[in-house]
Structures are given as C-alpha cells and as structure tokens.
Unconditional design. Sequence first.
Length: 333
Amino acid sequence: MIVGAALETWLDDKAAREATAAAMRAQAEAIAVIPALAELKQAVKPAAERGAVAVLALARRLIEDDAAIAAIMGRAISAAAADPFCRPPLRASRNEVQDGLLLFSDPALTIQVAVMSADALAIKRRSRDRPPAISFSGQRSLFRFVKAGGAILSVWTAPFIGPDFTAAAGGHCRRRQRRRPTDGELIEFDGRCETFIVDSAVSDLVYLFAATPIDAAPVGVDYDPESLAPIAASSTDDAGSRTQMMLALLRTMGRRDAAPLFVELARARHFHARWQAMRELLALDAALALPHLRRMAETDPHPEVRAAAAATLATFFPDRRSRQPEPLLPCPS
C-alpha cells in the first residue's frame, strides 16, 4: 500500500485515530436512533411471523421516506466531510457495475442504497461474448428508482420456483416487457417467478433495494439467455449454505462421531440440502450411509433426490440393491 501524506500523519497520530474512532461510534449511535430505523427494527420480527407481504410493507415505508433516507445519508456524509477517515457504519456492497451501502440488516430483511454506473454497465455489456444469465433470486424484493438514469429494463418471467422445483419442470423463461422506469418509481418483484435486467442506461442509476428471505423459494435459478432454459440453481438459504460448508469440513476431518448430524440433515426441509448431506455422509462412511441412502431412494418426497439416490445405489452398490429390509445402522457416538 502506498501511504499518502495525510494518511501517514493520521496513522502516526494516536489522538487523531482515537477521535476518528469516537466519531464513528457517535455516527453509528446517531443513525441507530433515527425514528424510522428504530421503528423498523422493532417491527420487523413480528412482521416476519406474518410473512413476506408484511415484511415488504415495512420496507416500503422506509424506502419511500425521503426524510429518513436523507437523515441516514446526511449523517454519514457530514461525518466524512469533517474527517475523511471516518467511515460510515454501513456495510459496503460492490460488484463490477454497482456500489452500495447496507442501510438495514436483519435475518428477515435487508435494505440498501446503491448506485449503478452507466459506464460500467456499457463496458460489461460490450466486453461479453454473450448476454449474462437471466437470474431469478427466489426472494421477493422492492426497488425504488430514485434516479432512473434513462434506463431500459427487460422484465422476465418463468415458472414458479416452488419447494418441489425440478430442472425438468423449470420450463423456459420469457421476456414479458421492456420498460423505462421513472424517477421515484417503486417496483415489486417476486423473485420466485419474476426478474429484470438493466439493458442500458443514459446516466448512473440511484436506487433503494429491499429483499426478504421470508417465504423464499428453496433455490434461485439461472436461465440461459439464448435457449431460455434453466442452467444452474443455488440455495437461497444462507444458514443452510453455511451448514453444508460445515458438513464438508467435518467430512474432510474424518469426524465419524458427527455422523448423527449428517443423518439428521439428510432429512432437512430443502431438497438440495438433504442430498448434499447424504453426499457428505457417503464420503464420510459409506457403510453407515447405505441404509439411509436406500431409504432416500424409496421415500424422499422430491423426485430428483429419489432419482439421484437410486442412481448412486446402482453405480456404487450394484451388488446391494436388494429390496429386503435392512436395519438402519447405529451411528457411532
């Protein structure tokens, strides 16, 4: 890192660093007590118990509250103006075309403000050999285009992504319309069957975005931009994804004493989580996994999981495909 003179002076000045830290704490406290944010924090948990519609209704109140958004951003901007090393207490998000700040974060709801660069969007479009995948997030969301930037959106629909989603039933997506959002316009998307792509923009877009995992589909699905058929799926459950990573770690460590956990998670709510747990259990202890695999091949409610389990039996256990009852082996303690 090349350190500029101002940064070098600040790093060498303990009092200045402490003043910056104090300013950041004060800024965080001041933002937290802005009435709209404080009320949202209190209301989001009860709303989550009523479902995604109730959660997004709360989000809508905040992202349409210009005074509240101005108060949040105003505090961050004034603190940075007074001290260039005072970062806002708002987590940053960034990708190749967008920069954002997370205004509110809760397991049931996230809200952020973002700027999409028209130049970066144009460069991304021109540098690709083919259009990007058409991604359906599986979650319900709200977008408020504070500055629409003369953008043109392609709005897409696809078969509803339900708990029994299969690639065969994924069908094809289709473009429903192309439209220009207007400054201040708010649009709701159900990511289980709707999405949009920013095709082009005259100037940078500034927008507020809210999303909830409540009532989400088990997976988000990507569709090929040419064939319009599904090409990939990924979990919408962050906790579930972390659980799968932990199972992979336990398997790599050879922790057979954790086998009961693998067996339990092979009965998880989401179909892809059940199969991932079974794959890890097979890699950890195939003999222990076998009766559970056989039961999965016969009784799992999801057709693709049953098919995958049956194919695994046929491929790796061809001499043990008997339908005779086999007791489930006790897991090591």
